[in-house]
Design a protein around this ligand. Structure first.
Ligand code: MF3
Ligand code: CO
Ligand code: CO
Length: 299
C-alpha cells in the first residue's frame, strides 16, 4: 500500500526538494494533507469549530480567575454543615466574591435570570439547584458550583460535600463521580479527541453500575461563561482534537439510578433525577498545554 509517493526518496523536510527548484522540500513539494495547514491553528480552530484558542494574556487572566473560584469554593465547602441553609451559603458566597473583587457569574445569568450567586444541588438534584432556606441535614450530599468573573475572565468549578454521616452507597457515588472527573482529566493533551473524555467518564461510571447524565455537558470557557466546544460526559463521536491553549470544563454528573434529568417547571433551573435517586458532580476548568494539561481551578 502506498502511504504517500514522496516517501520513496526518504528525504527529510529540510532537504532540497526532489523537483530541483533548490528550495527546501518543506517549502516546495512537501505534501500538504489538507490546505488548512496553511492557516494558523488559532484560525483553524475558530473557523472549523468556533473554538477560541486563548492567547497568553487570556490564559493568565483565566488562571487568576479560576484560582479565586477554587478558593471561594473551598471556603464555602468548609462552611457547609448540618443546620446551615443553602441561602446562608449564598450569603457567604456574596461576601467572598466581594472580598476577592470578583463577580459571581451565575447571578442574573440566562433566562429566566438565575437568582443566586452559586448553584447548590442537594441529593437528587443533578445541577443548577437554587439556594433557599432549607437547612442541610445529616446524610445529605451537596454540590456547590462557583463561577467567577475577574477582569472579564471566567473560572468554573464545583465539588461535593458530605453532611454528617452519609450512607456508604451515597459516599461511593460521590467518590466514583470524582474518579470520573480525575480519570478523564488525566488523558487530556493535544491530539486527544474530545470524545475520549466522555468515553473515559462513562467507562468509570459503568464499573460502578451508575449512569451518566447526557443532558448537561462541559464547555469551553474563559472569555464567556459557556463557549464552544461542548464536552459530552458520555460515549460520543465528537472528533475534535484537543489543542494547546484550549480551555474548557469537565463536569460529569453521575446518577445512582437512571440518567434522565427533569427540570423544575416552576423555576426552570433545578434539574432532578427522574427517579429521584441521588446524583453527584465535580467540576474543574482545564487548560491544554503543549504536551499535557493543567487544572486551573486549584490553588
Ligand atoms: N456553573 C454551571 C456550569 O458548570 C452553570 C451554572 S448556570 C447558572 O456550567 F445560571 F445556573 F448559574
Ligand atoms: Co461549567
Ligand atoms: Co460550574
Amino acid at each position: 500500500m502506498v502511504i504517500n509517493d514522496l516517501s520513496r526518496n526518504n528525504i527529510s523536510r529540510n532537504d532540497p526538494c526532489w523537483c530541483g527548484s533548490g528550495k527546501k522540500w518543506k517549502k516546495c513539494h512537501y505534501p500538504i494533507k489538507n490546505p488548512q495547514e496553511k492557516i494558523s491553528k488559532k484560525d483553524y480552530y475558530l473557523k472549523n469549530y468556533n473554538i477560541r484558542l486563548k492567547n497568553e494574556n487570556e490564559v493568565q487572566g483565566i488562571k487568576a480567575s479560576a484560582k479565586i473560584a477554587a478558593k471561594i469554593l473551598d471556603e464555602l465547602c468548609n462552611y457547609a454543615k448540618e443546620g446551615v441553609t443553602t441561602q446562608e451559603l449564598d450569603d457567604l458566597s456574596m461576601q467572598l466574591h466581594k472580598s476577592y473583587n470578583v463577580i459571581p457569574a451565575p447571578l442574573g445569568y440566562g433566562e429566566p435570570p438565575f437568582p443566586k450567586s452559586i448553584c447548590t444541588s442537594l441529593n437528587e438534584v443533578i445541577c443548577h439547584g437554587i439556594p433557599n432556606n432549607t437547612p442541610l441535614k445529616n446524610g445529605d450530599i451537596l454540590n456547590i458550583d462557583v463561577t467567577t468573573i475577574l477582569n472579564g475572565f471566567y473560572g468554573d468549578c464545583s465539588r461535593m460535600v458530605l453532611i454528617g454521616d452519609v450512607t456508604k452507597e451515597k459516599k461511593q457515588l460521590v467518590q466514583a463521580s470524582y474518579e470520573c472527573l480525575m480519570e478523564s482529566i488525566k488523558i487530556c493533551k493535544p491530539g486527544v479527541n474530545i470524545s475520549e473524555i466522555g468515553s473515559m467518564i462513562e467507562k468509570v461510571a459503568e464499573k460502578y453500575d451508575y449512569s451518566v447524565v447526557y443532558q448537561f455537558v462541559g464547555h469551553g470557557i474563559g472569555i464567556e461563561f459557556h463557549e464552544p466546544p461542548q464536552i459530552p460526559h458520555c460515549y460520543n463521536d465528537v472528533e475534535i482534537p484537543l489543542e494547546e491553549n484550549m480551555i474548557f470544563t469537565i463536569e460529569p454528573m453521575i446518577n445512582m439510578g437512571v440518567r434522565e434529568a427533569v427540570i423544575n417547571k416552576k423555576d426552570k433551573w433545578t434539574a432532578r433525577t427522574k427517579d429521584l435517586l441521588p446524583s453527584a458532580q465535580w467540576e474543574h476548568t482545564i487548560l491544554i498545554t503543549k504536551t499535557s494539561h493543567e487544572i486551573l481551578t486549584i490553588f
